[in-house]
Design a protein around this ligand. Sequence first.
Ligand code: TTP
Ligand code: MG
Ligand code: MG
Length: 428
Amino acid sequence: MSASEFLENLDVITSLDVALVRRIAHLDMDAFYASVELLRYPQLKGLPVVIGGSRRREDSYWERLVKLDPLKDWKSAPLSEYPLEVFPRLKDYVGRGVITTATYAARHFGIGSAMGLMKAAALCPEAILLPVDFEEYRKYSRLFKSIITEIAPVMEDRGVDEVYIDFTQTPGGQRQGGLVLARLIQKSIFQATQLTCSIGVAPNKLLAKMASEFNKPNGIAILYEHEIAAKIWPLPCRKINGIGPKTDEKLKNLGISLIGQLALFDPSELIAHFGQNYGRWLIEAANGRDKSGVVTHSEPVSLSRETTFERDLHVTTDKERLTPIFTKLCEQVSNDLQRKGYLGRTVGIKLKYDNFKTVTRDQTIEFPTNDSKEIRKFAGELLKRVDLSKKIRLLGVRMGSLIKLEDWSVAQLSNTSDSEVGLNRELF
Ligand code: TTP
Ligand code: MG
Ligand code: MG
């Protein structure tokens, strides 16, 4: 920009600088899977409920319903009329399933995500256990996100129940640090779905993510830069998105357990322990600095499916059970790829042995594919490269190095002579 252009634009530049402070929101739905289930079973509101175990089967309740009242036409009765007695209790669960999430009433008993169902049963035997229904959660996931983008279009999808939203230039986004817009979004989501969420608004994504937990559930927290020392530094390092259990352990060995301790630690010593990149990132993060932008469009890096068996299986003695499971995983990955419009170029497998040790193998193939038979063939080859003498508890199939189907078609078309174009059109 020339000096004259600069002077001409000075008004705009200074007013932008003064008025537009970077404000980023992180929004996360409250007890998401459980809250969606409570929409169909409102009679369970306020009770300890956990979601996990098997997939949803509507007929699983009928037998008990009929026993309870044989004259009632249960098949046409609304789900909200199902009496509490028909719902399975945690104490009756036998198996190795884990909890995806629990209602806040269940969390009071110390129950939470990723805990084994039988372990949770010991903490709250009377808690109600509902099966997972991913289709339904995805439906509500799409719905709440569409409500957000109608109000604030710069949104980054971060998974089934959370998003980042750039408030900076969105109307209302600067008022009271973002409180006004956060309230509007929270209210609009509730009106449309009856679901509650929690929102944190802060100078960047890293801080917003932490702030969204401050007043959970159904809360809003507004965080300003000058509050970092008072509100962020007293928190444990694990609260930083990007510090996992291993790093936390290493930090503890250095005598660092709180974010403030990390922020004030000797940077050169941190870099010596964690390397240039991660060491510097730790210092930046602890000081609440994060320049990463809100990415409105993202592509998946990989798609995978995995399953944990009811009991550990052995490749030779349980071949008849394992083979169809393996084939089905390949078909599911293939379906996922086709539904989302991708081809994958890296085929991978994952095995977890009965001693919980996990191994993965992958290979890059010449032509990207989403065909279940091809995936099965390459995944089968990979199986030969792992130790199959031990029993396994989990099997997974993954496709990586994804490319959009249309990008591949275009690349193919531009690489081929005219005579071959017809063939490619037919293929894609
Ligand atoms: P979270 O947002 O982590 O948890 P939540 O929405 O259930 O509860 P909170 O109010 O604390 O945000 O995860 C969103 C959903 O993802 C959750 O409802 C179920 C699923 N999930 C799992 O399946 N396994 C897990 O280990 C976790 C953490 C979540
Ligand atoms: Mg959540
Ligand atoms: Mg979440």
